[in-house]
Ligand binder design. Structure first.
Ligand SMILES: O=C(O)CCC(=O)C(=O)O
Length: 313
């Protein structure tokens, strides 16, 4: 019998854009990228998320910031949201299918697993800092582990993935890192809540001494969709937003399950100190399709979750 041949032209793949290529490349870090992360304490992954994904994340934060919940810290001036917590889980008032999908997307999770040299990770918290035009306030110089060790986390083995949703600039209050400062180890920290956000900062004399012998702080700027991985001991800060533009950023904090917190006398609430220690399962890189399909009910293993008494103050 004669073979039927199709007269239809073979379907062509849509051409990859520069952004698509960057996203594909970013899924597995090179030895040089890993060495850069270890040397400087951070690594920038430009254009990891597409403009459509960024738009979906921004729409979610615009929706969530109108919710009246304790999962949200407001600026002392104006009442606008400074920080929104726990957007990555399947439950709770600030849950979001888009952030649930983004925080598990292989293109983010793979590099995170590489820098932590561990595949069994959970999320200590997610924090969306909406540094809004004019109102968005300062974050003093600090190491994140200064607060997290008080959560009972035994070792400074966490990494944070920052996702830029607007273009951070020096005028709108971008983050600054002191390169290599993570190699100082965990510095003595003092409590501060000057802006309404309660955390531990590096005391001034120690900070100035460190700055005198360190490279100049680096402004962390980039296009929306850029991601930055950074060590939990890097000394960082950001200034007030003096511009007319918002500067929204999302932070996803990954910790090895083996480094989960030990019990502490007055634990912070679970929206900031997660007790969901179930290892993250890689999801899909098609974040928008995954979000549209909704959040699968799996994910919270009762046996891995701390008793309720440990969760609330
Ligand atoms: O979003 C910022 O500008 C700084 C946030 C920060 O340093 C933090 O949340 O620890």
């Amino acid at each position: 019998m004669q073979q039927q041949t199709s007269t239809q032209p073979a379907p062509t793949q849509p051409a990859l854009t520069e952004g698509d290529r960057a996203r594909l490349k970013a899924t597995h870090l090179t030895g040089a990228q890993l060495a850069e992360y270890r040397r400087d304490g951070y690594l920038i992954l430009p254009d990891l998320f597409s403009p459509a994904e960024v738009a979906a994340m921004k729409a979610e934060l615009a929706r969530i910031q109108r919710i009246d919940t304790d999962h949200l810290v407001r600026e002392k001036t104006g009442g606008v949201a400074k920080t929104i917590y726990r957007v990555h889980e399947a439950d709770g008032p600030t849950r979001s299918a888009v952030f649930h999908a983004a925080s598990r997307a292989p293109r983010l999770l793979d590099p995170v697993r590489q820098v932590l040299a561990d595949d069994a990770l959970y999320i200590h918290h997610t924090k969306c800092n909406l540094k809004t035009a004019i109102d968005g306030s300062v974050w003093q110089w600090h190491q994140d582990y200064g607060s997290w060790q008080r959560d009972g986390i035994p070792e400074p083995r966490l990494t944070t993935a920052l996702i830029m949703l607007d273009e951070p600039t020096e005028l709108n209050g971008c983050l600054y890192f002191i390169p290599g400062s993570h190699r100082e180890g965990s510095l003595e920290a003092e409590f501060n809540d000057a802006t309404g956000y309660r955390f531990y900062v590096v005391p001034k004399p120690r900070l100035i001494e460190l700055m005198q012998r360190s490279p100049e702080p680096v402004p962390i700027v980039g296009r929306p969709g850029t991601a930055v991985l950074f060590d939990c001991n890097i000394v960082h800060a950001s200034g007030h937003n003096l511009s007319r533009h918002d500067r929204w950023q999302v932070y996803v904090v990954y910790n090895p399950v083996a480094n989960r917190p030990k019990p502490v006398p007055s634990p912070r609430p679970d929206y900031v100190r997660s007790v969901n220690f179930h290892p993250l399962q890689p999801g899909s890189d098609d974040i928008l399709a995954a979000a549209a399909a909704g959040i699968a009910p799996a994910g919270r293993a009762a046996a891995m979750t701390a008793p309720a008494a440990e969760v609330r103050r």
